[in-house]
Design a protein around this ligand. Structure first.
Ligand code: ADP
Ligand code: MG
Length: 449
C-alpha cells in the first residue's frame, strides 16, 4: 500500500519520496494508522521489515501537530545497542527533514539525540540541557543519566521499546522497568519485538494500555527469501574454507559472525593476511573504532565485516550480499537475526553457515525454529564427522563452554542427538559462480551418509 493512503502529512510524504520509500511495508501499513489514532501498539515482525519507520513516522507527525518546546524529550525510544540507537536517530532525521514545529513555521527542526554507553557522558548531558524532542537511548546509559538527575522524562508523550526481545536477552529488563516508571502514565506506548515469548507478553501486559497487537507473518518471510547453505567442516579447516569462499566467491559485501570477541579479531586478521580487506566490530572496541569500521564497510573500503552478535545488532547496511556464520549462534533465534542482515527490505541474500561437530545440536535447533532443512554445501573440506555428530560430540566441548558458549543455557534447549535420521539431505555444490549472478551454482548430489 502506498504511503499516501495512510493519513501521513505532506512534509513527511515528501521526505519519504526523497528517501525512495514508495510502498509501506505490512507492519508500517498496519501500525501507522493505529498510532496516529492514539492507540498503544505491540508490533511483532521480523528484522528488516521496516519497524523504525512504523513508529518514527506517526510519532513525528503527532509531535508536529501539537508543537511546543520543552526541555525534556517528548518522544523516548529505547533500543538495545548503540548502533541501533544511532541508526534510529538517523531515520528520524530523514523522515522529519521537512517538518518544522507548527507554532514557528520558519523555526528549527526538531532536536534529536541518541545517548548510549561507551562514550563520554558529558557531551550527552550538554545536549540534553540544550533541549531534545526525540531521545533515543540504550537503557543502561539512560538509567545513568536519570541517576545523575540529567534527564527529565516528565514530558514524554511517546515511549517506544524497540527490539524488546533483545533488550531482555541483554539483561536490560530492570533498567527498562525503571525507565517506564519514570515516564508519565498518560502517554502512548509502542512495543516492538521480532519474537513473541512469555516474558514479552508479561511486559506488554505490564506496560501497555489495551494495546492493539499487530503481528506480521509474511507469506514469504525474509528468511525464506534468503538462500541458505550449511558447510560441515572440522574446526581446523574453517579458516581456509572462509578465505577460499570469500576470495573465490567474488562476494561484494560480507558480514561474518564469530562467537566471541577475540575470535572476531582473529578472523579479521587472517583475512587481512590473505589480502582481503576486513575489519572487526565488537563490544571491546571503542565507539570510535566501531564507527570507523562501520563507515568503511558502508562505503565499500572494506568488503568484510567480522562481528559478534551483540555488535551486529542494528547494523543496517544495505547491499550486504552474504552473511557467513563462521560460528553458529548458540541461540537459534540469533540465526534469524543474523541472516536477516542480508536480504533487507525484500532483496534476496545468501547466508552460509559453518558447522563443526560441536555445533551440530545448534544446527538442529536452528532448523527446528526456521522449520526447514538447510541445504548442505559440498566442498573440499566437507566433514562427515561434523555432519554425523550425535550425542556428546554434537555439543560444544567443555572448554568452549567455559569461555562463553553455552554457559548458563537452558539445558532443555539443546535437543540432544536429534541429528539422526536426516535422510535425503539436499546437497549443493558451491564454488563456480555463474558470472553476473549472485547465486551459487547448484548441483544436486546424493547425501553422503
Ligand atoms: P526493522 O527495524 O524491522 O529491522 P528497519 O526499520 O531497520 O527494519 O528497516 C530495514 C531497512 O528497510 C532499512 O534500510 C530501511 O531504510 C528500509 N525500509 C523500511 N521501510 C521501507 C519502505 N517502506 N520502503 C523501502 N525501504 C524501506
Ligand atoms: Mg529495528
Amino acid at each position: 500500500m502506498e504511503f499516501e493512503t495512510l493519513g501521513i502529512a505532506e512534509p513527511i510524504l515528501k521526505a519519504l519520496r526523497e528517501a525512495g520509500y514508495v510502498e509501506a511495508t505490512p507492519i508500517q501499513e498496519k501500525t501507522i494508522p493505529l498510532l496516529l489514532d492514539g492507540k498503544d501498539v505491540v508490533g511483532i515482525a521480523q528484522t528488516g521489515t521496516g519497524k523504525t519507520a512504523a513508529f518514527g513516522i506517526p510519532i513525528l507527525q503527532k509531535l508536529s501537530e501539537k508543537s511546543f518546546k520543552v526541555r525534556g524529550p517528548r518522544a523516548l525510544v529505547l533500543a538495545p545497542t548503540r548502533e541501533l540507537a544511532a541508526q534510529i536517530v538517523e531515520e528520524f532525521k530523514i523522515f522529519g527533514k521537512f517538518l518544522s514545529p507548527r507554532d514557528d513555521p520558519a523555526g528549527p527542526n526538531f532536536n534529536y539525540l541518541a545517548v548510549y554507553g561507551g562514550v563520554g557522558i558529558v557531551p550527552q548531558i550538554k545536549a540534553l540541557q540544550r533541549g531534545v524532542d526525540v531521545l533515543v537511548a540504550t537503557p543502561g546509559r539512560l538509567v545513568d543519566l536519570m541517576g545523575q538527575g540529567q534527564v527529565d522524562l516528565r514530558s514524554v508523550e511517546f515511549l517506544v521499546l524497540d527490539e524488546a526481545d533483545r533488550m531482555l536477552d541483554m539483561g536490560f529488563a530492570r533498567d527498562v522497568g525503571k525507565v517506564v516508571k519514570s515516564v508519565p502514565e498518560n502517554k502512548q506506548t509502542l512495543f516492538f519485538s521480532a519474537t513473541m515469548s512469555k516474558e514479552i507478553l508479561e511486559l506488554t501486559d505490564k506496560f501497555l494500555r489495551n494495546p492493539v497487537k499487530v503481528e506480521i507473518t509474511p507469506e514469504s518471510t525474509p528468511v525464506d527469501k534468503i538462500e541458505q547453505c550449511v558447510f560441515f567442516v572440522d574446526r581446523n579447516n574453517k579458516e581456509e574454507l572462509l578465505v577460499s569462499l570469500i576470495r573465490d566467491g567474488k562476494m561484494d559485501r560480507v558480514l561474518v559472525f564469530a562467537s566471541m570477541k577475540h575470535k572476531a579479531n582473529k578472523v579479521a586478521m587472517i583475512l587481512n593476511k590473505h589480502g582481503i580487506d576486513a575489519a572487526a566490530i565488537h563490544g571491546n572496541k571503542s565507539q570510535f573504532q566501531r564507527e570507523k569500521a562501520l563507515k568503511e564497510f558502508k562505503c565499500g573500503a572494506v568488503s568484510v565485516l567480522v562481528a559478534t552478535d551483540i555488535a551486529a545488532r542494528g547494523i543496517d547496511v544495505s547491499g550486504i550480499s552474504h552473511v557467513i556464520n563462521y560460528d553458529l549462534p548458540n541461540e537459534p533465534e540469533n540465526y534469524v537475526h543474523r541472516i536477516g542482515r542480508t536480504a533487507r527490505a525484500g532483496a534476496e541474500g545468501i547466508a552460509y553457515s559453518f558447522c563443526e561437530a560441536g555445533d551440530r545440536n545448534f544446527l538442529n535447533q536452528i532448523e527446528r525454529i526456521i522449520k526447514r532443512r538447510i541445504d548442505v554445501a559440498s566442498h573440499k573440506w566437507h566433514s562427515l564427522a561434523a555432519k554425523n555428530a550425535i550425542g556428546v560430540e554434537a555439543k560444544p566441548s567443555a572448554r568452549k563452554q567455559g569461555v562463553g558458549r553455552g554457559v548458563g543455557r537452558d539445558k532443555k534447549k539443546s535437543g540432544g542427538g536429534r541429528g539422526r535420521g536426516r535422510q535425503g539431505d539436499r546437497s549443493k555444490v558451491v564454488g563456480g559462480r555463474t558470472s553476473g549472478s549472485r547465486r551459487v551454482a547448484m548441483g544436486r548430489t546424493r547425501s553422503r551418509r
